[in-house]
Design a protein around this ligand. Sequence first.
Ligand SMILES: [Zn+2]
Length: 217
Amino acid sequence: MNLVILGPQGSGKGTQAELISKKYSLAHIDMGKTLRRIAKLDTPLGREIYRIQNVTKTLVPSEILKEVLNVKLNSFSREQGIVFEGVPRTEDQREYVEEILRESGRKIDAAVFINLPENESLERIEKRRTCKQCGRPLILGHDVKTGSDKCPECGGEIFQREDDSPEGVKKRLQVFREETMPVIEHFREKGILIEVDGRPSIDEVQKNIDQKLKAYF
Ligand SMILES: [Zn+2]
């Protein structure tokens, strides 16, 4: 069972991907996190990814994505089901992901789309902060009161990710609308799309996904 989880920024797809992977014993490939980790490295690939994500704010080109994804996929057995997060984000990427899955006798069985209106996306991201030390995502007004508070988990300093700035988010929402929506429509036409409303609480969204996902297991 291989799943793709799709949704705009702030839809909670990371949290849901994690919950699904635990519940159904699936591996979790978080492409955004993986790329950010590589972007911190002082290597040619790291510097290139950093520049794309923080300066040009565009999508990482498919050659880089292929390289990273291949390494990731090779680290799991074929029988191991996977939840993909942050990939595929474009029709090109979708074709590529389907191709390498096919090569290893796998396929995408279902795609979960967490739908969230753009204004809600912006509002949520505006409040998102990250701990410098442990990397934990924190929400202003929920996990911490102000941006000068320390991380409740480890006491580390907190900051706003560069790509979480309002301009960064607007750009990413535009990319989602133009590049990722066609991928979602593809899965809808194939009859394997599970669409849920991303506005309710994490628990509620999880229950809704779970109810619809059951049919696939
Ligand atoms: Zn921390």
